[in-house]
Design a protein around this ligand. Structure first.
Ligand code: UDX
Ligand code: UDX
Length: 418
């Protein structure tokens, strides 16, 4: 078993630290956020990730996991350092690597000569190669494929482990990459050891392909509405072709979260920087940007002029199963509706505070009180179980715009809604 340092205790770093401890390694997890470090040391986990709090508590109890303040204590006395700090979108759409570079600067001084530095943060192809040129210790790329709401499962039962080493195929970094792949042996997943640019590209290529698939199905849904086809039956028909499959074929208010918007923008920025016209990716992003306006158009067509219209938004997070509001399409729609003068209430099982222009209530019924219309924006399963006759009694309006095709249309119609 290995001694592992993890820098950054966010969704990615905390999951990495807790799961490596679960796999039997000894882990020290660092963060610069003092409140976060003290909460985690008491096994108080903020993220809404199933099983994560339990794994953190187990790790603390077994002594295999501990949390420290500041990056440095996770950089010495360890065999591997996993860099899990943010790579947000920069001003021109490129990936901002300032946090990664700052950690690597510290690592150069603190990390032992045999320690392997592992970049787990999502970084543009070529980053590890460039970093390896200025850092003496071996540096490898090991991208994460964690979905929010499924992070622990995706780490402990990954579909693949990808590790990339800069430089020649028989170089020292390649041995380091093999050692990193061995850390995941407890998961039983297939491992790909390749060069670092390819490893970095797998992450962007996968996320951008999924985003492209969603922009395709969102445009297809718009076309189906115009020609009188039913998108649910169309996607079911598509999914029976095992080359297409059924995942990621649900139309919605657009794709969001802390990864797709950042990764599509960063890959397009990389393509532009090297003179490749990745028009399919540009169109994927453009289609997604227009999706919020398309939803507002549907609402306006359904309830009439938006100025003064009272609308109840069901779902505010970027998808069901998480509390994450980062780049949530629901909030993009809310901002546009409010800009046209709509008065917004909202309910989301994982959101307790008011969000932007939305006055957040404690239940769907409370949000729908006195509303002219309801807009379903996040696919929380409980919304499909609501008592629509109760809602009809509380609402003057009889309009529902379901951007996730979640609700039982017959029951909703029986309660008098359109
Ligand atoms: C983010 C990106 O979303 C993901 O694509 C990338 O691969 C890793 O970084 P996430 O865990 O969601 O993943 O970030 P976030 O939840 O914002 O947490 C980052 C943590 O790093 C924060 O707690 C921050 O305090 C901490 N941090 C940041 C450090 O500990 N040290 C630093 O130098 C910078
Ligand atoms: C994604 C990737 O799935 C994961 O592998 C990667 O490591 C990080 O980014 P995540 O950002 O948690 O994970 O969200 P995901 O579950 O992929 O959903 C992304 C967006 O697509 C969400 O806004 C979601 O609502 C939307 N979506 C997803 C749809 O609109 N329809 C679908 O059928 C599936």
């Amino acid at each position: 078993m290995a001694r592992i340092g993890v820098v950054g205790a966010g969704y990615v770093g905390l999951t990495t630290a807790a799961c490596f401890a679960r796999l039997g390694h000894t882990v020290v997890c660092a963060d610069v956020d003092e409140a976060k470090v003290s909460a985690l040391s008491r096994a108080e986990v903020g993220a809404h990730e199933p099983r994560l709090a339990e794994l953190v508590a187990d790790g603390l109890a077994s002594g295999r996991l501990r949390f420290v303040l500041g990056n440095r204590p996770a950089l010495s006395g360890v065999d591997f350092v996993f860099v899990c700090v943010p790579t947000p979108t920069g001003p021109d759409g490129e990936a901002d690597l300032s946090f990664v570079h700052a950690v690597l600067e510290e690592a150069r001084e603190e990390v032992g000569p045999d320690c392997v530095i592992v970049i787990k943060s999502t970084v543009p192809a070529g980053t590890t190669e460039r970093v390896a040129a200025v850092v003496d210790q071996p540096v490898v790329s090991n991208p994460e494929f964690l979905r929010e709401g499924h992070a622990v499962d995706d780490f402990l039962r990954p579909q693949r482990v990808v590790v990339g080493a800069p430089g020649p195929r028989d170089g020292g970094a390649r041995d380091a990459a093999v050692r990193v792949a061995e850390l995941y042996e407890g998961t039983g997943a297939p491992a790909i050891v390749t060069d670092s640019a390819s490893a970095e590209m797998v992450k962007y290529a996968s996320n951008c392909f999924l985003a492209m698939r969603l922009s395709y199905v969102n445009s297809l849904a718009e076309l189906c509405e115009r020609v009188g086809a039913d998108i649910s039956d169309v996607t079911e028909g598509m999914s029976l072709d095992d080359r297409i499959g059924s995942a990621f074929l649900e139309p919605g208010p657009g794709w969001g979260g802390s990864c797709f918007p950042k990764d599509t923008s960063a890959l397009l920025s990389t393509a532009d920087a090297v003179g490749v016209d990745f028009s399919l990716l540009r169109a994927t992003i453009g289609t997604n940007r227009r999706q919020a306006e398309r939803v507002v158009g549907l609402v306006r067509d359904a309830v009439g002029p938006l100025r003064g219209a009272r609308l109840a938004l069901l779902g505010l997070t970027f998808k069901a199963g998480t509390d994450d509001l980062r780049d949530s399409p629901a909030l993009a729609v809310a901002e546009l509706l409010a800009a046209e003068g709509a008065v917004l209430t909202g309910f989301d099982p994982c959101v307790a505070r008011d969000c932007g222009p939305v006055r957040v209530t404690g239940s769907a019924e409370a949000a729908a009180e006195a509303a002219d219309g309801v807009v379903v924006l996040t696919e929380w399963p409980e919304f499909a179980e609501l008592d629509w006759s109760d809602l009809a009694a509380a609402m003057p309006g009889r309009v529902i715009v379901d951007t996730r095709n979640l609700l039982p249309a017959d029951k909703v119609a029986e309660a008098g809604f359109r």
